[in-house]
Design a protein around this ligand. Structure first.
Ligand SMILES: Cc1cc2nc3c(=O)[nH]c(=O)nc-3n(C[C@H](O)[C@H](O)[C@H](O)COP(=O)(O)OP(=O)(O)OC[C@H]3O[C@@H](n4cnc5c(N)ncnc54)[C@H](O)[C@@H]3O)c2cc1C
Length: 465
């Protein structure tokens, strides 16, 4: 595809649409717009950054770029981890971060209506004032809701409540040619033809730009209690997970981590963790309306774990104790990043009974390549986060080690019938691994879909497929 470089006339048009102060070129482009949270995957400077504030502005910009073959990269908060919002082919970065109004919390239909730039933490806080819950809880609270939907973000409560997809009732979308469509709405179910809404979710800004969202809310449980369960070894820690999930009460979160990750987090935060003497930990929480209800819920779990090799079960039932656990858990990624010179991430998802075999393979790689690999993840849904750390390795060796380790991890995940990404998405960094997993037929189907939505291939080109 031959894209048109941006000219002065284009800039004049963009300024007419969104106003002088919302168009940025040359040295007015902030460095943040050249990357997401994984600077490791490269920095790419757009020709222009445009901040939109209304659907109609997005529509006009898209129509113009479609007609003129100008690539457009949509951007939320830029907290992505796979290079999804970076402008590989320059052109326009279209930020919807300032489309950030919560339009309505509808207590009759239990739906929140909001613009895509609302931050996860802002939505959670607003919904909370209505005694309601927006259930998805991805780790990065300053991500936008639009970004969450476009990556189908997961998070720690997915084991009980599901992922972002399960909470999107409807959306308004601007198509690559500028047309505005409504998909779904507040309605609770829908069997009316192909679900284009579901195709949009997780499409990483390659099919359309989301400008409004209808999100399902739940009644808010009043209390949560967390358990920290230490094990001498990772095998017993992970092999107990399916048995916990078979118990009558579903945990709200079921996470695992190793001692070293906790050490990284406590050092990074400068705060204590209730216990870090053992090799592996489960962090399990239960929610309900009274302390007594919850105690009944977790009783079986405590007994099961103690019977099957846990050293103890630490019950955290005060806000302070829970905060010390969850603040540390929330900082794992940042802490690992902070502990090394550079790193690469693998976010595969495997069956819950394959987590240990996968990690055993990862540990083998660490030994073979003499490289530090840190692991933690969502034990309850099989989504693992493995970080290969460069530390003081020289650049030449690092290139080989990281390439071979990543390839081997994705190969192993495929062998175990796992998938390339559990929640962070594909962006441009994980494309080859997606292709290896899905094969030509599925990738061609996806390319066909992309062509129908975006015949000029202007919307986030070179991403995902
Ligand atoms: C410390 C940390 C912890 C994290 N924890 C989790 C976690 O637990 N679970 C998880 O799933 N992710 C997690 N993430 C990853 C990240 O926060 C998510 O991928 C998030 O959904 C990205 O949202 P964003 O607003 O930053 O989107 P961006 O990074 O700006 O964009 C992400 C993708 O969505 C597209 N996009 C954004 N907005 C729109 C829109 N309105 N219309 C169309 N396309 C759009 C972009 O083009 C890009 O492809 C974490 C990241 C960090 C740094």
């Amino acid at each position: 595809m031959n894209y048109k470089p941006i000219t002065n006339d284009d800039i004049v048009y963009f300024k007419q649409v969104v106003g002088e102060t919302n168009v940025f070129v040359d040295d007015k482009i902030h460095e943040d717009y050249t990357h997401d949270e994984m600077t490791e995957y490269g920095k790419f400077t757009p020709e222009v950054v445009i901040k939109a504030h209304q659907t109609l502005e997005v529509s006009k910009i898209m129509k113009y770029c479609h007609d003129n073959y100008i690539p457009v990269t949509p951007r939320g908060a830029g907290t992505g981890l796979c290079g999804g919002c970076v402008p590989l082919l320059k052109g326009v970065v279209l930020s919807v971060a300032e489309m950030n109004k919560i339009i309505e919390i509808d207590e009759k239909t239990l739906v929140a209506v909001c613009e895509p730039g609302v931050l996860l933490m802002e939505l959670a806080a607003e919904v909370n004032t209505h005694d309601l819950l927006y259930a998805p809880d991805p780790g990065e609270k300053s991500a936008t809701i639009g970004g969450n939907v476009m990556t189908n973000a997961g998070g720690m409560r997915a084991v009980k409540y599901g992922v972002t997809r399960d909470y999107v009732r409807g959306m308004e979308v601007v198509l690559p040619n500028g047309e505005i469509i409504e998909l779904g709405g507040k309605i609770a179910k829908n069997s009316s033809g192909y679900s284009i809404k579901d195709l949009m979710i997780g499409s990483e800004g390659t099919l359309g730009i989301v400008t409004k969202l209808y999100l399902k809310l739940l009644a808010k449980p009043k209390k949560m209690i967390s358990l920290l369960i230490p094990f001498n070894d990772l095998k017993s820690c992970l092999e107990i997970v399916p048995s916990i999930l078979r118990l009558p009460n579903q945990p709200t979160t079921l996470e695992f981590c190793e001692k070293e990750v906790i050490e990284d987090a406590t050092e990074y935060l400068g705060k204590q963790f209730p216990n870090k003497d053992y090799n592996a930990y489960l962090i399990v929480s239960y929610s309900g309306n009274t302390k007594t209800d919850i105690e009944q819920m977790y009783e079986d779990t405590c007994q099961l774990c103690l019977d099957k090799g846990s050293i103890d079960v630490y019950i955290s039932d005060t806000d302070e104790r829970q905060e010390s656990i969850w603040n540390a858990r929330g900082a794992f990624l940042e802490a690992i990043k902070n502990s090394t010179t550079t790193m690469d991430e693998c976010d595969v998802v495997v069956d819950i009974d394959k987590i240990y075999p996968f990690l055993l393979h990862v540990k083998g790689l660490a030994k073979t390549y003499q490289v530090r690999i840190r692991n933690f993840g969502h034990a309850g849904d099989g989504n693992l986060h493995c970080y290969v750390c460069k530390d003081d390795m020289n650049d030449e060796r690092w290139k080989v080690v990281v390439k071979e380790c990543m390839q081997s991890m994705y190969d192993k995940a495929r062998e175990l019938n796992g998938f390339t990404s559990g929640e962070h998405g594909i962006g441009h960094a994980k494309k080859e691994f997606l292709h290896e997993k899905l094969g030509d037929t599925q990738i061609e189907l996806m390319r066909g879909i992309k062509k129908v939505f975006d015949p000029h291939n202007i919307l986030n080109p070179l991403k995902v497929i």
